[in-house]
Ligand binder design. Structure first.
Ligand code: NAI
Length: 335
C-alpha cells in the first residue's frame, strides 16, 4: 500500500521518521511515497508546495504529514492553508483526551474539536486598501457551513457521542457567523436524537479552562478552531501528544497539531507521540483498525510506565528513546 509522506520542516523529519518506524513495528507494510512541502521544498523544488506534491496526494489519496514552517508576515502563503484548500480537506479533526501518566489540571477530558478548514479569515483574501490600511475578508458560505456541521454531527453519531457544541461570535459578526449559526441550527434539526448547543466562542474558552469535561464535540470556523485546538491540546499534556486529521470527501492528510518547533529542531528532543497517534488515526482511516488500536495501546502503556519520555512530558529522554519504548511494547505484545 502506498501512502504519501510529507516530512516537512524543523522537527518534521524527526517525528515522521519515528511514526514510520512505529507503523512498521505494528506490522503494516506501507510503501511511503516521499513528497516535498515547506521551507525545504523551496530549496529543492523552487516553491513551498510543489504541484507534484498535490498530484501525489490526489493519486494516493492519503498522506502523513510533518509540520511546515511558514515565515510570519512575509514570503509565501501558509503551505497548510494552501494544501487544505487545494485538496478540499474541509474538516480538521482533533481528538483531545486525557492520557495516563500525563498530569494535567483535569481528568475525564474526552472531546473532539472539528474545525472548518477552507474558509473564514484563513481564506487568504487580504489586500492593502491604502498604505496603512489592510482588509482581510472573512469568507463564510452556506455549503461549507452545512457540510462541516453535518460532519460534526456524523462524527458524534458514529462515534457514540451525544453533544455537539457550535461555537460562534454571531452577536458581533452578525452576517458571517449569523449565516453559520443559521446553517448549524438547520443541520441540528436533522439530528433530533443528539443534543445541540450554541455558545459564543469567548464563553467556550472560559468554560474549557474551568471544566472541559462538559464538552463532547465542538464545531467552529477556521480561526476559532486553530486557537481552540491548541488550547485543548494544553488541557491534556500539550502539543506533543495530540493527533489530528484533515479530511475531505476524496483525500485525507494526517498531521499533529504542533508546528515545526524550530527551537528544538535537529536536537532529537521532539516528542513523537502526536505524529505517531496521527499515524494511528491514518491506519484506522484505511481500515487497519487493529494495528491502529495496538499503536494507541502501546502509547498509553509507554506513558503509564513513564518509559523514555521526552522533556515536554517531564522526562529526560529523546525522540529515539520514546519511539523505542513504544516499539518495544508493540513487538513484545505480538511476540
Ligand atoms: P510550534 O508548535 O512549532 O512550537 C510551540 C512550542 O511547542 C515550542 O516551544 C516547541 O518546542 C513546542 N513543541 C511543539 N511540538 C513539540 C513536540 N512534538 N515535542 C516537544 N515540544 C514541542 O509552534 P510555533 O513555534 O508557533 O510555530 C513554528 C512554525 O511551525 C511556524 O512556522 C508555524 O507556521 C509552523 N506551524 C506549522 C503547522 C503545521 O504544519 N501543521 C502547525 C503550527 C505551526
Amino acid at each position: 500500500m502506498q501512502i504519501v509522506l510529507i516530512a516537512g520542516d524543523g522537527i518534521g523529519p524527526e517525528v515522521t521518521a519515528a511514526a514510520c518506524r512505529v507503523v512498521a513495528a505494528a506490522g503494516v507494510a506501507i510503501d511511503w511515497v516521499p513528497a516535498a512541502a515547506g521551507v525545504g521544498a523551496v530549496e529543492t523544488h523552487g516553491e513551498p508546495l510543489p504541484e507534484e506534491t498535490l498530484t501525489l496526494v490526489r493519486k494516493h489519496r492519503v498522506a502523513l504529514k510533518g509540520p511546515c514552517t511558514t515565515p510570519v508576515g512575509k514570503g509565501f502563503r501558509s503551505i497548510n492553508v494552501r494544501l487544505r484548500k487545494g485538496l478540499d480537506l474541509y474538516a480538521s479533526v482533533r481528538p483531545v483526551k486525557n492520557l495516563p501518566g500525563v498530569v494535567t489540571p483535569f481528568t475525564g477530558v474526552d472531546l473532539v474539536v472539528v474545525r472548518e478548514n477552507t474558509e473564514g479569515l484563513y481564506a487568504g483574501m487580504e489586500h492593502v486598501v491604502v498604505p496603512g490600511v489592510v482588509e482581510s475578508l472573512r469568507v463564510i458560505t452556506r455549503p461549507a457551513c452545512e457540510r462541516i456541521v453535518r460532519f460534526a454531527f456524523e462524527l458524534a453519531r458514529t462515534g457514540g457521542r451525544h453533544l455537539v457544541t457550535f461555537c460562534h461570535k454571531a452577536d458581533v459578526m452578525r452576517l458571517s457567523d449569523g449565516l453559520f449559526l443559521e446553517c448549524a441550527r438547520e443541520v441540528a434539526d436533522e439530528y433530533p436524537f443528539l443534543r445541540f448547543e450554541e455558545k459564543p466562542i469567548d464563553n467556550v474558552c472560559l468554560e474549557l479552562v474551568m471544566d472541559p469535561t462538559k464538552f463532547d464535540v465542538l464545531v467552529m470556523e477556521n480561526l476559532f478552531g486553530d486557537v481552540i485546538s491548541d488550547l485543548c491540546a494544553g488541557l491534556v499534556g500539550g502539543l506533543g501528544v495530540v493527533p489530528g486529521a484533515n479530511l475531505g470527501t476524496r483525500y485525507a492528510v494526517f498531521e499533529a497539531v504542533h508546528g515545526s518547533a524550530p527551537d528544538i529542531a535537529g536536537k532529537g528532543l521532539a516528542n513523537p507521540i502526536a505524529v505517531v497517534r496521527s499515524a494511528a488515526m491514518m491506519l484506522d482511516h484505511i481500515g487497519e483498525r487493529a494495528a491502529a488500536a495496538r499503536i494507541e495501546a502501546a502509547v498509553v502503556s509507554t506513558l503509564r510506565a513513564a518509559d523514555g519520555l521526552t522533556r515536554d512530558l517531564g522526562g529526560t529522554g529523546t525522540t529515539d528513546t520514546l519511539t523505542d519504548a513504544i516499539i518495544r511494547r508493540l513487538t513484545r505484545e505480538s511476540a
